[in-house]
Design a protein around this ligand. Structure first.
Ligand SMILES: [Zn+2]
Length: 473
């Protein structure tokens, strides 16, 4: 071989290495657009930063990155690239949501139990516009890590993932999928073991002690990783002062208002009474909000999992058909039985959202997630879209709701230089929606193409591919 051939061959190998990612046939069949360069024209654009919606916009993607965004009249489209006409459509950033799970409610008799949804959930998340997610605790961390890896390698279909380790919990709730620690020393072992395996955050649960959390925060922070919690035995104020990064479920898991709280012990009934008794404008809630903001403790709102029954969808967001028939039956009869009997849940649901909005308005960092557990009415993908709707119903502007579900999540994960908003230089994580969210927020259910790193996935085909399968796989 002469030098010239070697040179040419080297160039070829370099470029073939850099060329488009390869996908397995199982992934390929959902890809509806795979051009390095393309433009979406005449589109309504919500950029994820909270800025006002702009109409008649053009967005140009080059090498799968956002090259330019601006008014259609002034943006010059490079010759020869694919043009998608966005007339009557809206573009938003890909959702970045932070309380996701790879498992779903699977009760048995009187037991609460959850089952791993290895195949259906990653597809559903992507179908519902989620381009990046953090799981909010895992029951099969090794499975979640494999799925994450195989998605990155183009062998499975789903969003970019940040995996949270197995729940850090002491024995309390009889949920068989939870692992229980017996002493605080185990926390440090768990954090470091799973961090070595590739987990990037940790979740403490209902029955931990202050010492458990102290060790968890210290060990995780040493490695640059974050800790979140679904609390009960610790108050939000205690956890925030210890240095937890994030608290889950808005204020629904707060035991701060309990009047007979024993240290390090969870009494869910007392906690719930405290929440019910705290006035919507109460001194305690306002002081708590101020403390969390001062300590920069991030709140994740998960309204979908608390959605009341009366006059609402069986599966909010429209995911009923995704379920296996046995689960459909159970949910349907629960739903019928609960009509008109959930006034207390409704009151708490509304109060929590008012507090969450107040936290946001006062400058608190709010992120969002779905938590596909509870009674089983929260189904991945559908629930992510529904979360945006609920935030708008609760008084957030459309732009604010999108920001909470995109840029704020990306900022928390420290990936906001690359994703979370439609700004020049970021990767092309974006969603093309048929309709106008400012006229009808439910148009968010009409996603057409979900672009993840510039690769366009067919939302409807993804949803369709797992219909009738959630609960089994
Ligand atoms: Zn959860």
């Amino acid at each position: 071989m002469n030098l010239k051939v070697i040179f040419t061959l080297t160039i070829f190998l370099c470029f073939s290495h850099l060329s488009a990612q390869e996908f397995s046939p199982q992934v390929e069949r959902f890809i509806s657009s795979n051009d390095n360069d393309f433009a979406i024209t005449n589109v309504t654009l919500i950029d994820g930063t909270g800025s006002e919606t702009k109409t008649n916009q053009t967005i140009i993607i080059k090498n799968k990155k956002i090259e330019a965004v601006g008014n259609t009249k002034t943006i010059k489209i490079p010759e020869g690239i694919k043009v998608i006409d966005g007339t009557n459509k809206t573009v938003i950033p890909g959702l970045v949501m932070l309380h996701e799970h790879m498992f779903y409610t699977k009760p048995f008799e009187n037991w609460f139990s959850v089952g791993q949804m290895t195949f259906t959930f990653p597809r559903l998340y992507l179908a519902g516009g989620v381009t990046t997610m953090r799981t909010g605790g895992s029951i099969q961390p090794q499975t979640d890590l494999n799925v994450m890896k195989w998605i990155n390698e183009g062998k499975m279909t789903g969003p970019k993932m940040f995996v949270t380790g197995p729940f850090i919990e002491r024995e309390g709730p009889k949920v068989p999928e939870l692992g229980f620690i017996n002493n605080a020393e185990e926390v440090g072992f768990l954090v470091n073991y799973w961090a070595d395996k590739g987990v990037t955050s940790f979740k403490v649960y209902n029955n931990i002690t202050r010492e458990d959390l102290e060790i968890c925060v210290t060990e995780a922070h040493k490695r640059g990783l974050k800790v979140t919690g679904h609390l009960c035995s610790l108050t939000y104020a205690e956890a925030s002062e210890i240095g937890i990064d994030n608290l889950e479920h808005g204020f629904m898991a707060s035991s701060d208002f309990s009047t007979d709280k024993a240290e390090d012990l969870c009494d869910p009934y007392s906690a719930r009474r405290g929440l019910a008794n705290e006035d919507v404008n109460g001194k305690n809630i306002n002081a708590l909000i101020d403390l969390l903001i001062k300590n920069k403790t991030v709140i994740t709102t998960t309204p979908n999992v608390f959605e009341p029954y009366t006059d609402r969808e069986i599966v909010p967001g429209g995911g009923f058909d995704a379920l296996i028939p046995q689960i459909q039956e159970r949910l349907k009869s629960n739903h019928e039985r609960s009509q008109g009997r959930d006034a207390n849940s409704l009151a708490l649901f509304n109060k929590n959202l008012t507090w969450v909005k107040r936290f946001y308005d006062k400058g608190g960092v709010l992120v969002a997630g779905t938590d596909p557990t509870g009674a089983g009415r929260t189904v991945a993908g559908y629930a992510n879209q529904r979360t945006v709707e609920i935030l708008v119903e609760a008084g957030f502007t459309v732009e604010e709701a999108i920001k909470v579900c995109t840029l704020n999540g990306a900022t928390f994960l420290d990936i906001n230089n690359n994703t979370g908003s439609l700004e020049v230089g970021k990767t092309a994580d974006l969603i093309l929606i048929n309709g106008n969210l400012n006229t009808n927020i439910k148009d968010i259910r009409n996603m057409e193409i979900v672009f993840k790193d510039g690769i366009g996935f067919d939302s409807k085909a993804l949803f369709e591919s797992v219909k009738g399968k959630v609960g089994l796989n």
